[in-house]
Design a protein around this ligand. Structure first.
Ligand SMILES: NC(=O)c1ccc[n+]([C@@H]2O[C@H](COP(=O)([O-])OP(=O)(O)OC[C@H]3O[C@@H](n4cnc5c(N)ncnc54)[C@H](OP(=O)(O)O)[C@@H]3O)[C@@H](O)[C@H]2O)c1
Length: 336
């Protein structure tokens, strides 16, 4: 399987390490031989139609801060030029999520699909801003667009709702979809103020470079858009979400909730409306998880409410969701 990898940060490098450590069993068990024919970061690119060496890419990135030093002649081909000019079966999009114009991921994904490539995106920006039209573009070009890692990292939340509950009618769902805000709110139950708890989360590397993505609920809202489209069949984008973050949560709110045997959580919910907002959740509710965990409860017509809990992020976890998508694509291709 020929792959172009967009972005070579935490997730991109974890994926390449995963391919390296699992190459024998991926081939033996699934017949999958991933071949990265091109990779680029913000500073440059590396290409080899016969496949780049996985661990050499990681070493070069570590040493020079970019993959462009992979070969003796520095590769100046831009990402879009690479997608247009290099032949590949699948594009894996792992550049940073951006909720203003979704670039550069949007151009990578649309260029690849128009060229007939299947796409796996862990970048939430393009899906949050244009889910319905991207799905239409995929259908029009007869390619698959997969995005398991966008919600729940390695926890298969989207697959569970779509496939394990196949045939059920999901009537509503509610979840904690952002581990950083959950960590901050959980920490505040120990008496820390919002600012102290935020500082602690930053020290542990949990907060996005643009803290607004976490604190103002944008990351949770993007995941809610993806769930609402994929699981509920809605045609919505970011502006359809009524979104409030956690900046105004006080220690008094936390204490008041504790008196009610509850905790304040940033809940993304789809009932009659699509809402992201801090809410009191009973300590007895399975949804009431602490630390950086994510949890989501799906309520369906016949099987009641079921809650999935798991780590919502992490490089290797998210890389494993990309692998799941890749195996799905391979299975579909070999069927035809
Ligand atoms: N980390 C997680 O646990 C996780 C979980 C689920 C989803 N995601 C999503 O996955 C994506 C990647 O996350 P990450 O943690 O790997 O982020 P990251 O470490 O910041 O890596 C982002 C990569 O994108 C590259 N990039 C940024 N702008 C670019 C541009 N204009 N052209 C080409 N490349 C560009 C960066 O290049 P440089 O290396 O040159 O800076 C970097 O290699 C994000 O969209 C994130 O929201 C992450």
């Amino acid at each position: 399987m020929r792959i172009i990898l967009c972005g070579f940060g935490v997730v991109g490098q974890s994926l390449v390490k995963l391919f390296d450590s699992r190459s024998d069993d991926l081939y033996a068990k699934y017949g999958l031989k991933p071949r990265i024919v091109g990779v680029f970061d913000s500073k440059g690119s590396a290409t080899d139609p016969s496949g780049l060496e996985f661990m050499k890419l990681v070493e070069v990135k570590k040493k020079f801060g970019t993959v462009k030093n992979y070969a003796n002649t520095k590769n100046t081909m831009s990402g879009v030029e690479m997608i247009k000019n290099i032949e590949a079966d699948v594009l894996i999009e792992t550049t940073a999520s951006n909720y203003k114009d979704a670039e550069p991921g949007m151009t990578h994904i649309t260029t690849a699909m128009k060229k007939g490539m299947h796409v796996i995106s862990v970048n939430k920006g393009p899906l949050a801003l244009a889910f319905p039209s991207l799905m239409e573009l995929a259908t029009y070009n007869q390619v698959m667009l997969k995005f398991s890692g966008t919600v729940g990292g390695g926890t298969p939340i989207l697959d569970y709702a779509k496939n394990s509950l196949n045939g059920e009618r999901i009537t509503s769902f509610a979840g904690i979809l952002n581990g950083t805000t959950n960590y901050i709110l959980s920490n505040m139950t120990t008496g820390l103020s919002f600012d102290e708890s935020l500082k602690d989360a930053k020290g542990k590397g949990y907060v996005e470079a643009d803290e607004s993505l976490d604190l103002d609920g944008l990351d949770a809202a993007a995941k809610l858009v993806i769930l609402a489209n994929w699981v509920m069949g809605m045609k919505v984008t970011m502006p359809d979400i009524n979104c409030t973050g956690i900046r105004k949560v006080t220690t008094e709110d936390i204490k008041k909730a504790a008196k009610n045997n509850s905790a304040v959580k940033l809940i993304a919910s789809c009932n009659k409306e699509l809402v992201v907002a801090p809410k009191e959740v009973s300590n007895n509710d399975p949804l009431c998880v602490n630390g950086t965990l994510n949890a989501i409860a799906f309520t369906s017509e016949h099987s009641g409410t079921q809650t999935i809990i798991g780590k919502g992020a992490g490089g290797i976890e998210t890389a494993s969701s990309i692998l799941r998508d890749l195996l799905d694509i391979r299975q579909e291709i070999t069927k035809n």
